[in-house]
Design a binder for this molecule. Structure first.
Ligand code: ASP
Ligand code: MG
Length: 414
């Protein structure tokens, strides 16, 4: 069997749905499980709904926008007579109720934001069914079990495996359509796996079903040496070793979610990245292979915050002090992207995610003199050559630089 994943960009309008349906049709001869993300920018919109509703502000216009976009697709796909039409209203109602509920923010967030995938998968299901395909919708929350770390659910692999395996029987007869990004806790609450987590969902289903391959359908021709929107001369890789792809995602390449590679590599399941606009393009295969010389690979990670902790008593930064910093980071579950120390300060760069980072700075300020800068971009050049090494080190606005034998990183003002 195979697993396909379609992201929000491939389902942003009715044309996208037609396109996805034709790709599914093309591959429907063998067992297929399809994982989908929310339509277009629905997840961002739902995040705004939660933020506004929890701040007791008006969120109706954002909700209407979501409603309008889905309704438009339903009309254009001629599904108005279908139950999906009523389902849309039900989900809109659910979103409003859940967004206004009292409770811990991250919990509320997951209950609301997950509805984007519930809707997109139901819509795709209705459309595929209207084309007389043998298809079944399943609720990923009954298969991808996680703990109760809301917004960052940790998968309970043994429980997930046990339930996902049971899908094999359905797959013999039907195409399965399900949601990416969302999971369920053992207490029957909805969790999410972290933003852009649908790729990871596809990897979880694939691993537990021992799939032949996973294909992530994207708006790019494959995995590229840089984001083509930023660098015109970016090239597409035909193939990449798992390790290389995993490192790219670690540095912030957004083509694949960082957690996707590991389970697939462990199970030796190849991961294809293919273009949904032109499925005839070869795409990139990430698998067990060796490549002698890869071109420089450039990753941009925006919205970075550089934090410097200075000791206040004229002593030098020592290990116990670094230990204090790392303990605070680890307690608050903040990942460091680059770090550097000098005689009297220890600096590190993190994703600027609020309110997490303000709280982190507050905690560090109790022990150190803390300085920070936001609006930074971390650029990583992996497998640099002479030209790229020079180019990125000398670019304007560099405030921190670090290099190893194979990798250069510069932090620049955005
Ligand atoms: N819809 C979710 C997000 O935008 C999950 C995903 O797209 O993978 O983060
Ligand atoms: Mg998305």
């Amino acid at each position: 069997m195979k697993v396909f994943k379609f992201g929000g960009a491939s389902l942003k309008n009715s044309q996208g749905f037609h396109n996805v349906a034709s790709i599914i049709k093309e591959h429907s001869k063998e067992p297929l499980l399809v994982v989908v993300s929310a339509i277009g920018k629905t997840t961002n919109a739902l995040e705004r709904v939660v933020a506004l509703a929890q701040a007791k502000k008006d969120y109706q216009s954002v909700l209407l926008e979501i409603h309008h976009q889905h309704k438009q697709i339903i009309i254009e796909l001629k599904l108005e007579a279908d139950t999906i039409n009523q389902y849309l209203e039900t989900i809109m109602h659910t979103i409003a109720i859940k967004a206004e509920a009292a409770g811990e923010y991250d919990f509320i967030y997951d209950q609301v934001v997950s509805q984007g995938e519930i809707l997109s998968s139901a819509l795709l299901f209705s459309f595929i069914q209207s084309k007389n395909f043998s298809v079944q919708w399943i609720d990923a929350r009954n298969y991808i079990y996680t703990d109760e770390t809301y917004r960052e659910g940790k998968v309970n692999w043994s429980q997930a495996q046990a339930s996902i395996k049971s899908l094999n029987e359905i797959l013999q007869k039907k195409i399965i359509i399900t949601q990416g990004f969302i999971g369920g806790s053992t207490h029957n609450t909805t969790t999410t796996l972290g933003r852009e987590g649908s790729d990871f969902s596809a990897a979880i289903f694939a691993t537990c079903l021992n799939a032949k391959s996973v294909t992530i359908w994207k708006d790019v021709p494959g995995v590229m040496s840089a984001d083509p929107k930023r660098l015109k001369n970016a090239v597409v890789f035909d193939e990449l070793p798992y390790q290389e792809a995993a490192e790219m995602t670690y540095y912030g390449a957004s083509v694949i979610h960082p957690k996707t590679i590991k389970p697939l590599a462990n199970a030796n399941i190849p991961l294809w990245v293919k273009n949904f606009d032109d499925p005839s393009l070869p795409g990139t295969i990430i698998h067990d292979c060796k490549i002698d010389k890869l071109p420089p690979l450039i990753v941009f990670k925006d919205n970075q915050c550089l934090i410097s902790c200075r000791v206040t008593d004229y002593s030098f930064v020592n290990e116990p002090q670094m230990n204090t910093i790392f303990e605070i980071l680890s307690q608050r579950d903040v990942r460091v992207n680059v770090m550097q120390n000098s005689a009297i300060s220890f600096s590190f760069c993190v994703d600027f995610r609020e309110p997490k980072i303000s709280l982190l700075i507050e905690a560090l300020s109790k022990k150190f003199e803390v300085y920070y800068n936001t609006d930074l971009t971390l650029i990583t050049v992996k497998n640099y050559d002479v030209a790229t090494f020079h180019e990125y080190r000398t670019m304007p606005g560099v405030i921190l630089e670090q290099s190893s034998r194979s990798t250069l990183q510069v932090l620049v003002k955005s």
